[in-house]
Design a protein around this ligand. Structure first.
Ligand code: ZN
Ligand code: ZN
Length: 133
């Protein structure tokens, strides 16, 4: 929580509120959901402040974000571990994918491409068991 301050960024009440909203949500939260929580306490808050703050928190590595399709970008605290999602493009269902599934992929990318991938929060799109019929 104090990492913002350590990195020379002022911990403004707005930034605290946005970070709090992300840390207190059980899983993922959208910018719009953060906004509606914060604006309940700070009526003068506007959504572009939320977007700017999220960009900053993301740049500092305090939150991760992933696009779950259809403009559904979701945030969650970086310190809650890495994980991934399978997103059904037909019914919109989101299934959590264990991080270990991608270990092989990371190994191959590091070994064969000499590239260290930043794979923290990914979404794979496709069709779920029900929608496949
Ligand atoms: Zn996620
Ligand atoms: Zn489905």
């Amino acid at each position: 929580m104090n990492r913002l301050g350590e990195q020379g960024y002022r911990l403004t009440p707005q930034r605290m509120m946005v970070l709090d909203a992300i840390e207190n949500s059980d899983h993922h939260i959208s910018a719009e959901e953060i906004f509606s929580q914060v604006v309940a306490k700070y009526p003068h808050f506007n959504i572009s402040t939320v977007y700017r703050t999220l960009e900053l928190l993301h740049r500092l590595g305090l939150v991760t974000q992933t696009d779950l399709g259809g403009g559904r970008v979701r945030y969650h605290p970086a310190d809650k571990g890495y994980h991934h999602h399978l997103v059904c493009q037909e019914c919109g269902k989101v299934i959590d994918l264990d991080e270990s599934v991608l270990e092989n992929l990371k190994t191959v990318i590091r070994r064969d491409y000499k590239f260290d991938p930043d794979i923290r929060h990914l979404a794979f799109f496709g069709r779920c068991k029900e929608c496949r019929g």
